[in-house]
Design a protein around this ligand. Structure first.
Ligand SMILES: [Zn+2]
Ligand SMILES: [Zn+2]
Length: 448
């Protein structure tokens, strides 16, 4: 009985809140339906990605799991490469229609396709942190990128669009994933586990793609320390276009592709916390060189090359961003910085936002909002608002047509507070930071 009254009170609170905004009232009904349909149905394949909320944004519908990301992991990149094409890491916009998709119900192919002879372009799998994994054999169809020294100490490097990706299994994710979760998913929808079975057992009966079917009748791959490193092909059905799995996101080149720099070894890499400034250092024939680059407010990228022969050169690249930065509103006043909790217009401290929206976001209906559930909400909201997929929600986008998520109204109402650096747009990091701050406060309050 007491539980019933508690729920009723929460519901009344909602009615009071939404009746002031009729449009939101409609959204709320639709969203409530969707939320209850989704409750308790987080797809199994979402689990590994939910372990990396800072780099992978997860969403799904009936058919696909969608992974949004900037394509930048939270570990150092590029260090250790000895065969370098002079590409560097830049954030990408793998969001919305340009997000990664993985089938939720993989279908075994009539004839599987080997990655030894196919798929030399594009990704063939997606690491649990949202970084794509390309064929270990590079696009010439014969070079093993790992053996050729093309990869950094995490098994990654950058492509012709300055897009960071791995070519081998992301072993460094294993610890955080634990023994039961896969390191990656192949783009045909089957998981890629590590060197043992999820239950710790040893491997037996692997096929030519390095996969097998377990006693429950489920197929999966196993990664390895030598070729094929990841899935050696596709057991499941995939669509193919232009020699790669389709559809898959497009990276966004800002300049002409680089050329090999013989004898260079990358020795250092730094990225600023806001992912706007970068510095890569290398040594060639005992002499130091570096590439410093920064992303300017309009999205252009400015490069400064300090060459081992002592010369310096500069160049600029344009990101193919729709809209650019020209029509952004001026930053709000400095005194509007967030400090305490959001305050209603009447000066009353508002009830914590999470408490007001707990029921819609609590997908497994255990009465608590987990960190993963909070990040799902961030993911959904960001994907919904970032209409031009440039990785930023600009004021115009936030005022655009409705996004159906619990957090949508919050973003709209508190735009300037969420925009932590006051540049007139909300980056994924800014939205995550605010969401995590609220979540931490909430989780401490309810004691978990
Ligand atoms: Zn590559
Ligand atoms: Zn197995």
């Amino acid at each position: 009985m007491r539980v019933f009254w508690f729920i009723l009170l929460l519901d009344l609170g909602w009615v009071g809140l939404v009746s002031a905004h009729r449009i939101e009232n409609v959204d709320y009904q639709a969203m409530k339906k969707k939320a209850s349909a989704q409750r308790g149905s987080v797809p199994k394949s979402a689990e590994p990605f939910l372990k990396f909320p800072e780099t992978a944004l997860v969403d799904w519908d009936e058919k696909y799991l969608y992974l949004g990301s900037e394509g930048l992991p939270d570990h150092p990149m590029m260090i250790g490469i000895t065969a370098w094409q002079q590409q560097v890491p830049l954030p990408q916009s793998y969001y919305l229609g340009n997000a990664w998709s993985i089938p939720l119900q993989p279908v075994p192919a009539k004839v599987g396709l080997s990655a030894k002879t196919n798929f030399f372009r594009g990704a063939i799998a997606l690491a649990a942190n949202g970084i794509p994994i390309f064929n270990p054999i590079k696009n010439d169809g014969r070079t093993d990128t790992y053996l050729a020294g093309e990869l950094d100490e995490y098994g990654g490097h950058c492509g012709r669009a300055d897009d960071y990706h791995y070519h081998v299994a992301p072993w460094h994710l294993a610890e955080r994933l634990g023994p039961n979760l896969p390191l990656a998913y192949a783009l045909d929808g089957y998981p890629i586990y590590g060197l043992t079975e999820p239950d710790g057992g040893s491997l037996a009966g692997l096929d030519s793609f390095h996969g097998h079917t377990n006693t429950a009748g489920e197929y999966h791959y196993h990664a390895s320390k030598s070729y094929p490193y990841i899935n050696g092909g596709f057991h499941g059905e995939v669509s193919i276009g232009g020699g790669q799995v389709e559809p898959q996101p497009r990276a966004n080149p800002v300049r002409e592709a680089g050329k090999p720099l013989p004898g260079a070894k990358i020795t250092g890499f730094e990225m600023s916390a806001d992912k706007k400034k970068y510095q890569l250092e290398y040594v060639q024939n005992g002499k130091k060189g570096s590439v410093s680059y920064k992303i300017l407010s309009g999205g252009d990228v400015h490069f400064t090359f300090k060459n081992p022969d002592g010369t310096t050169s500069e160049s600029s690249g344009k990101q193919g961003r729709k809209g650019g930065g020209g029509n952004r509103p001026p930053p709000p006043n400095g005194n509007q910085r967030p400090g305490g909790p959001p305050v209603e217009a009447n000066g009353q401290p508002r009830k914590p936002w999470i408490e007001n929206h707990l029921k819609e976001m609590d997908r497994d209906q255990d009465g608590k909002l987990s960190r993963e559930e909070m990040m799902l909400e961030v993911s959904k909201t960001f994907r919904g608002y970032d209409a031009d997929r440039d990785g930023n929600i600009r004021q115009g986008e936030a005022n655009g047509p409705g996004v159906r998520s619990s957090m949508a109204g919050f973003v709209k109402q508190h735009f300037s507070e969420v925009d932590g650096n006051s540049d007139g747009s909300i980056s994924l990091e800014e939205l995550k930071a605010v969401a995590m701050k609220m979540w931490q406060k909430y989780s401490q309050g309810v004691g978990f």
